[in-house]
Write a protein that binds this ligand. Sequence first.
Ligand SMILES: [Zn+2]
Length: 123
Amino acid sequence: MKSVKIDPADKVFSWWVRLRDMGCRRCRSPVKLSGTGLPVSHQASHFQGRRKESTRFDPENVDTLCGGCHQYFTANPGEHYQWQVDIKGQDKVDSLVLRSNLPQKKDRKLALIYWKERLRRDF
Ligand SMILES: [Zn+2]
């Protein structure tokens, strides 16, 4: 799989997702935090891939996973899909897939401002 470039907005959004979940949503292993309270373990896993701009920063599309569970779901996309249905319900998954295919103009400057503010306000 070709890698997608990670920019500062992705980094801040990934912190926000991991602080929201505080653990792997599959195996429940806890997220480790740095002295300043930022996540230093786990990953923010996109259900609909990062290439899809319209759901790239959609909190419903992204779940905290540990490295092992993230790798497992990447290798087993059918199980990843079923797990999404199990934890979110078919209706939410259907609407997420639909949203992920809508056109969306890229605005990373705005995304960075927005997610920095959410990070400051929510945690
Ligand atoms: Zn895990």
